[in-house]
Design a binder for this molecule. Structure first.
Ligand code: ADP
Length: 447
């Protein structure tokens, strides 16, 4: 400021000196006045340049000048730069938050005080069939017309969620969404949507499972209770008593099988997949299956009925099958379940053929073929569901629990193997387990 005053005085002095040298006292006065006007005009021009630059607001074209206007321009430029940096940092933070909201598996939708969409992520757009750009500032109540949602919005009680059908929901593939609003700021609302289809399905499965187990246990229990009451109240002779006790033992055994299968399933679900450190000769598994199949075949066929023909690989083929990696009790239970199903569902005189076939890629197929009743195509995808049965009475009569194929599927999955079922009504069935090469190795050499 002082420098500016000094420069102004110097200009006037110079003007006065020049005027005085040319025209004496009056000349000096006129010179000083002219110098003051010239300085004022020059100053005005400099100020004008700064103002023009400020109006334009482009940092890069800031005028470079000295003195007070130069400093003003410099300070304004610095302030502007700081401001720009702050805005850029805020913008980056906002973008990071929006990117995080985009990355969430949940739908996020921000509403203003009037219920217009201010922003929503892709997930929310997908859940509700919205267009992120086109539907911005549109009213949510106009776009989401589900009556349950309209009622929820109108009730203004956001302490709980509301369940809606997703936009892509079809009767075959239902999509269920849990939607909840959270008020924030000045009347704004945050809407979160979550796909709960799997959760709901798991919950429905759990309910079905509990109902099925209760039903399976209740039936033999009712029968048992009836027999107990009969034994307690009726004077029975010895042969009758023995017959009742045998029937009671049968029901108790049925419950035991059921509990055993349930425990096996829960063990399979709760334990890690078996590694490659336990090897079992396939021959051992096949021999055991064969012994059990022979015994079961006698048990399930009525006395005097034509026997079933059971074919297993001969000893040389069984030996050549080598070894398989995994938990022996689980593998046995899977293979023997397939064999015992064939025995139980094939009528008297039928044929059951068990094979172990090595495949060119090193994998191997264990298959059980029967010429029993066969299975209609609509049942095939559901056979491995717990308690799914086609022939309910045959299953019960032969000691089935409805959990056999569910156990087989689990065991095979844990051993990297696949269950394949080929069947047609009247043409028998082939149940195969396809074991990967990584779990097979040649037999140990004879010592
Ligand atoms: P279950 O204890 O009832 O045998 P599974 O899970 O082992 O239960 O089998 C499910 C259903 O699949 C059976 O109830 C039966 O109706 C059908 N099934 C299984 N194996 C055969 C087969 N070899 N031939 C015909 N039906 C079969």
């Amino acid at each position: 400021m002082a420098l500016r005053l000094l420069f102004f005085l110097l200009c006037q002095l110079a003007g006065a000196a020049l005027g005085g040298w040319q025209a004496g006292f009056w000349g000096a006065l006129a010179g000083a006045g002219t110098a003051a006007w010239l300085w004022f005009a020059w100053d005005l021009w400099r100020g004008g340049r700064v103002l023009a630059w400020l109006r334009q607001g482009d940092l890069a074209s800031a005028p470079s000048m000295r003195g007070m206007w130069g400093e003003a321009a410099d300070r304004a430029r610095r302030l502007l730069r700081q401001q720009q940096q702050l805005v850029a940092a805020s913008e980056a933070r906002l973008q990071a938050i929006l990117a995080a909201l985009q990355a969430t598996p949940n739908g996020v939708l921000l509403m203003d005080g009037e219920g217009h969409i201010e922003w929503c992520n892709q997930q929310a757009a997908q859940h509700f069939g919205l267009d992120v750009q086109r539907d911005r500032m549109q009213s949510v109540s106009n776009l989401l017309r589900d009556p349950a949602f309209s009622a929820y919005l109108a009730a203004r009680d956001y302490t709980h969620d509301v369940l809606l059908a997703g936009r892509e929901s079809t009767p075959k593939h239902p999509v269920r969404l849990s939607v909840q609003l959270y008020p924030y700021g000045d009347g704004r609302r945050l809407m979160l949507s979550r796909d709960v289809t799997q959760l709901e399905q798991a919950e429905a499965m759990r309910r079905d499972f509990v109902a099925n187990v209760s039903h399976e246990i209740r039936t033999p229990l009712t029968v048992l209770a009836g027999f107990v009451e009969t034994l307690q109240t009726l004077p029975l002779d010895e042969p009758e008593r023995a017959r009742y006790l045998a029937l009671m033992a049968q029901q108790a055994e049925r419950m035991q099988h059921l509990v055993q299968d349930l425990l096996t399933l829960s063990r399979l679900e709760g334990s890690p997949a078996p590694g490659l450190d336990e090897w079992t000769p396939v021959q051992q598994l096949l021999q055991r299956c064969e012994r059990e199949a022979q015994a079961l075949s006698h048990l399930v066929l009525p006395a005097g009925a034509a026997p079933q023909r059971l074919h297993f690989p001969d000893e040389a083929a069984q030996r050549a099958a080598g070894q398989i990696a995994g938990r022996a009790p689980e593998l046995h239970s899977a293979l023997s379940n397939l064999v015992s199903n064939a025995v139980r569902y094939t009528p008297a005189g039928g044929t059951i053929t068990v094979q172990w076939a090595p495949l060119p890629d090193g994998s191997a197929r264990f298959s059980v073929r029967d010429n029993g009743p066969g299975i209609a195509p609509e049942h095939l995808p559901r056979l491995t569901e717990r308690f799914y049965r086609i022939d309910r009475s045959r299953s019960r009569d032969t000691g089935g629990t409805g959990l056999g194929l569910a156990i087989v599927k689990h065991v095979l999955l844990r051993h990297g193997a696949q269950l394949e079922i080929e069947s047609a009504p009247g043409r028998g069935s082939v149940f195969s387990a396809l074991f990967p090469a990584s779990r097979l190795r040649p037999p140990e050499p004879d010592r």
